[in-house]
Design a binder for this molecule. Structure first.
Ligand code: NDP
Ligand code: 2IT
Length: 442
């Protein structure tokens, strides 16, 4: 009944394998919803939801420090605005092409719906690589990128934020250019600095939210995070604050990584060093072992999943856990996996976890804390107020608990108790489908 939707997506979006993968999972999960709601089938909600409302692709020329002209490609996919303005991050990474942005934008629709806040789904980015670039080069690139993007976004239209390769520095340069071009100071981007409209907790939000979600999973299993051994891949924004919350709650984080390799510190990672290396000095993770000689560094990032742990947190990038790595984790006794990155487990890996009764928190639900706090930043911008850290953190915690409840409840309602992948997809889809139904054929 839904197979034709997947086939059509593959035909219309050739070669965009990550997008195909994301669509396949959602479409298969929501098939029972369509059975229960023939009106959605009749109005072709599923066929419409897999087609972006708008896709933008543009040239981003800039001049490097040597005076050479460089040309990158910019993207913004405004995927679905049924429940609010388009909302989602920007990714700057050399691997970015339309298929990556489309998969991220598609996932964002359902994730944002789960947050309970009024946000549609979008995503953007560029194949620009900020690594090794000077601040001046990054600024010139961001200004050029925004000199096209500004036409298409706005606080009630489309509100971008960060993702891989886009943090506070990049948001600052893009915000500055938007403000200059439009001559207005609005909450058009989230992840802003605290002195110019940003929200407390946004920096920590994805990592903290991931652990708040994990705690709900563990509560249902009767397990405690205290004393658990944790492996967290990546060493960027999501991984750092997930590790911080784990340590705060008494877990032992023994490994993290970057795209070159991983570090293993059996007595527990020194997070202060990781933060200094990655957030301040923008260096490689292997430098860690120079400061902590008892730790070891190994090249190759997927080897991190060979390390024995109770809790695995894939916090780097898509498809970083394949079937082999999943089997290794299970063999080593992992009890919970919570996805901080977007789509970090391949479909085969997900099957391994579910089959072996590993508690599995899918990205859409587990990493929604980042965008949820972006939603709270938008609310504060509209109010022209700033909330305290405690207040915002409490709100985030409440949202993560609610997302868990929605995913768990939807799974039970549709006969898939315990399967949060199916539950998150159904709960997110249902909210958007209802709104699309109400809006007619648009
Ligand atoms: P950062 O750029 O801050 O960090 C990314 C980390 O992942 C770095 O350590 C990076 O290593 C590593 N990494 C990136 N690409 C690869 C790759 N191809 N192979 C192996 N490692 C890689 O990004 P974030 O922490 O913000 O994002 C991490 C993940 O979390 C992404 O999947 C993102 O979509 C997702 N996410 C982010 C949110 C946010 O608010 N920031 C919200 C929800 C999800 P290196 O430095 O070597 O590139
Ligand atoms: O994948 C994600 O949810 C993000 N990168 C955060 C998006 C946002 O708008 O805060």
């Amino acid at each position: 009944m839904v197979k034709h939707v997947i086939e059509e997506v593959i035909k219309r979006n050739p070669g965009e394998v990550e997008f195909h993968q994301a669509v396949q999972e959602v479409v298969e999960s929501v098939a029972p919803v369509l059975q229960k709601h023939p009106e959605y089938k009749e109005l072709k909600i599923l066929e419409r939801i897999v087609e972006p409302e708008r896709q933008l692709m543009f040239r981003v020329p800039w001049v490097d420090d040597k005076g050479n002209v460089q040309i990158n490609r910019g993207f913004r996919i405004e995927f679905n605005s049924a429940i609010g303005p388009y909302k989602g991050g920007l990714r700057f990474h050399p691997s970015v092409y339309i298929g990556i942005i489309k998969f991220l934008g598609f996932e964002q629709i359902f994730k944002n719906a789960l947050t309970t806040l009024p946000m549609g789904g979008g995503k953007g980015g560029s194949d620009f690589d900020p690594k090794g670039k000077s601040d001046g080069e990054v600024m010139r690139f961001c200004q050029s990128f925004m000199s096209e993007l500004f036409r298409h976004i706005g606080p009630d239209t489309d509100v971008p934020a960060g993702d891989i390769g886009v943090g506070g520095r990049e948001i600052g340069f893009m915000f500055g250019m938007y403000k200059k071009l439009r001559n207005e100071f609005t909450g058009v981007l989230t992840g802003k600095g605290l002195d110019w409209g940003g929200s407390l907790v946004r920096t920590e939000a994805t990592g903290y939210g991931l652990i708040y979600f994990l705690l709900e999973m563990l509560k249902d299993m009767g397990k405690d995070i205290k004393g658990a051994t944790v492996v967290s891949s990546g060493s960027g924004n999501v991984s750092i604050y997930a590790m911080q919350k784990c340590q705060e709650l008494g877990a032992k984080v023994v490994a993290c990584s970057d795209s070159n390799g991983y570090i293993y510190d059996k007595d527990g990672i020194n997070l202060k060093t990781v933060k200094q290396l990655k957030e301040v000095e923008r260096k490689r993770i292997k430098e860690y072992v120079k400061i902590h000689p008892k730790a070891v560094y190994e090249e190759g990032c997927d080897n991190i999943w060979k390390i024995k742990c109770d809790i695995a947190l894939p916090n780097a990038t898509q498809n970083e856990i394949d079937e082999r790595s999943a089997k290794k984790l299970v063999e080593n006794g992992v009890w919970a996996v919570a996805e901080g990155a977007n789509m970090p487990s391949t479909p085969e890996a997900v099957k391994v976890f579910l089959k072996n009764k590993v508690a599995f928190g899918p990205a859409k639900a587990a990493n929604a804390g980042g965008v949820a706090t972006s939603g709270l930043e938008m609310t504060q911008n509209s109010q022209r107020l700033s909330w305290s850290f405690e207040e915002t953190d409490k709100y985030l915690n409440r949202i993560m608990k609610d997302i868990y409840k929605q995913a768990k409840g939807a799974a039970e309602e549709y006969g898939a108790a315990g399967n949060l992948v199916v539950g998150a997809n159904i709960a997110g889809f249902t909210k958007v489908a209802k709104a699309m139904y109400a809006h007619g054929i648009v």
